[in-house]
Each structure stands twice: as C-alpha cells, then as structure tokens.
Design a protein. Structure first.
Length: 334
C-alpha cells in the first residue's frame, strides 16, 4: 500500500489491493517547497510509495509537483532542488521562469486592466461572453509572462504519463472547473495543463486552449479533493500548503485564507471518511505558515520552507499513522 502504512502492512495477498490517491494542493512557490519537504519525509520514511499511487490530483503548485512525480522525478530530487542555494538550484526551481510582461508605464496600465478583468471573471464564476479579440489584444491579462530563460522541456515533458494524473483549472468564461488529463475532452499537453492549473489570475497569463481561457484551479478549491467523492478510493493522502493544522496566531490576511482552506478541507475530508475512505491530512502549523509568509509567490525562501516542512512531517508521522489506524478500525466496525 502507498499510504501512511501502519505496522504490519501490506496485508496478505488474499486481500485486494486498496485504491489510493495523492492530492496536492495550491500554494505558489511556497507550496512547491512545502510539497518537496513533505513528500520527501513521507517517502524517505516509507509511509508513502509514489509508484503505487493510483490517482494523483494536482492544483496549481500541486499540479506542477504532481506532473513531476508522475513523470519520474523523485521526492528526494525535488527536495534537493528546493534546498539548493546555488545558481543551478535557482535554474532547476525555475526562479527565472517568469518576468514582468510590461515594458512601459502604458503597457503596465493596459495589463493591469486586463488582469483585473481576468481576476474578476475568475472570482464571479458565472457564464459571460468572452472578451472580444480586439479588447483582449489591447488589454492582455497577466502581469507576468514566461521569460526568455524559461525552458519548460527541461522541467516537464509534453507527453502525459500513462497513470492517472488530474490537473485542475478553471474556465473563466463559463466559471466551470476543468480537469485536464490524458485523453481528456480538452487537448492539452502536459506542459500546457500544468501552466493552466498554476496560472494565478491577475498575476500570470491565462492559458488559452480550444477556445477556453484557463486559470488556476485553486480558484475553485485549494485541493479539489471533492473530485474523489463517489470514486471508492480506500486511502487518500492530502497535502495542503495553504491550510492550517490548528487555530493559532498568524498574520491576519494569511489567517483568513488559511482558515477558509482548512474549513473547506475539513468538510471534504469528512465526506470521504463517511464514504469509507481513510484520509491523512498534512497542513502546515502556524510556525510553518509564518515561514511561508503572506506572499507565497516570493523567491528566496524555498530552502527554509522545504526543511521546515520535512521536519514537521517527520514529527507528525506517528500521529498520522495512529489516526489512520483509528479510521480503518471505525470503517471495519461499521
């Protein structure tokens, strides 16, 4: 099994193999580092085996990490990249992937208008006609764009992996959630899908695919864990970098977001457990939340966040395993 395994696992061969899922939430650059640290702790301790996971769901930063995992990048390698302070580490993390999309005060004003429209459409979430092409050209959305140093092929292949990988985005014209996957209804390659899921509205340029304008799936849900409702998944591991493991004092803007994420995640976890799934949830503590800071897109804190996430996950392993065993016992009794 691939899930925070209790002592004595796996079960005898006569018992069917459980279906397992890994859900990786949004969190910006801080989320990338958080995922690297938490996943390295889980896999190095033997609590999680990436190659045995049946379904990976990624949102925003989680989409980038999920795509890397499914295409053969190990959590240990992700961790090593996250803590590398050299120039090579900066390149491997993609610290230079994005650059300002404007080159004058006038173009900044144009992009500010377009970005405000994209952000508003992302949050309002009801169908409207798309912006006319002429206006879209005059007021492009997104303050940041891929820089001339961006080499996507060095980070992700274009071909989808064979195993289940669901990357979540939002169509700002219809307000509908879009799940991008291999052989899905929208023909996106893996790079396009990862960029769409991570296109923070108002900051990064939306990704246009087959007449759709796609932005960050975190607008709908930080984890999109509800995609597993009714799927009869036995075991789920959730990493939510923007959650908060317990109420505590953190900077007010950060607390509001994290409390919202935590409340919604708790509701979805309860639903999955009611369906018979065991769910292990990893949310950062208040201390780790402070390290991540309010600006989760900031560069320069990757090492500190990854190391703190690794240490915190190791410290919580025994509690997570005990919680998992309790859930399994309740399910068997029920």
């Amino acid at each position: 099994m691939t899930f925070l395994r209790p002592l004595g696992y796996p079960p005898p061969p006569s018992i069917r193999k459980p279906r397992t899922a890994l859900v990786l939430g949004a969190g910006g650059r801080a989320g990338l580092a958080h995922h690297a640290g938490a996943l390295h702790a889980l896999t190095a301790s033997g609590a999680l085996v990436i190659d045995e996971i049946d379904v990976v769901i990624g949102t925003s930063a989680g989409a980038i990490v999920g795509a890397q995992l499914r295409t053969g990048v190990s959590p240990q390698h992700l961790y090593e990249i996250a803590i590398d302070r050299s120039k090579a580490g900066e390149r491997n993390r993609g610290d230079d992937f994005f650059a300002p999309a404007w080159d004058s005060a006038f173009s900044l004003a144009q992009r500010s208008v377009g970005s405000a429209w994209v952000l508003g459409r992302s949050l309002l979430r009801f169908p409207l006609p798309p912006m006319p092409r002429a206006l879209r050209s005059m007021f492009p959305g997104g303050l940041m764009q891929l820089s001339r140093f961006a080499d996507l092929d060095a980070h992700l292949p274009r071909q989808w992996p064979n195993r289940h990988l669901w990357l979540v985005a939002i169509d700002i014209h219809t307000g509908r959630r879009v799940v991008l996957r291999k052989d899905g209804p929208i023909g996106a390659n893996l790079q396009q899908a990862a960029l769409a899921s991570a296109a923070v509205p108002g900051i990064y340029q939306p990704i246009r695919l087959q007449g759709r304008t796609l932005v960050d799936g975190g607008v709908h849900s930080n984890t999109n864990l509800d995609l597993l409702f009714g799927k009869k998944i036995d075991h789920v591991t959730v990493i939510a970098p923007l959650g908060l493991s317990a109420p505590s004092l953190v900077p007010p803007p950060l607390f509001a977001i994290r409390q919202f994420v935590h409340t919604n995640l708790t509701r979805m976890v309860a639903q999955l457990r009611a369906e018979g799934s065991t769910v292990a949830v990893l949310e950062p503590s208040a201390d780790l939340s402070r390290i991540q800071g309010v600006n989760t897109l900031a560069i320069g804190t990757s090492r500190q966040i990854a190391e703190a996430a690794y240490a915190e996950t190791i410290d919580r392993l025994s509690d997570l395993v005990r919680d998992t065993e309790t859930q399994e016992h309740r399910s068997s009794v029920a």
